[in-house]
Design a protein. Structure first.
Length: 67
């Protein structure tokens, strides 16, 4: 997780909470396209292909507190 920027970590935490791209965009006051770009970069940096894999990895490693 050290390879992720601060903003990517924020997006990752919100994805792990089950928020949609639109909800994440609203919460962080950015566009949905920017959210999609962040998620794409996060997936690439972590060697993952899907949002589901990303969420599973986050919970498995305890990277964010569970809601």
């Amino acid at each position: 997780m050290d390879t992720l920027t601060e903003r990517e970590q924020q997006v990752l935490a919100l994805v792990a909470q089950g928020l949609s791209n639109a909800q994440i965009a609203e919460r962080l006051v950015i566009s949905e396209k920017t959210v999609r770009n962040h998620i794409t970069h996060i997936l690439a940096k972590l060697g993952l292909c899907t949002r589901s894999e990303l969420i599973a990895l986050v919970w498995r490693n305890g990277w964010v507190p569970q809601p």
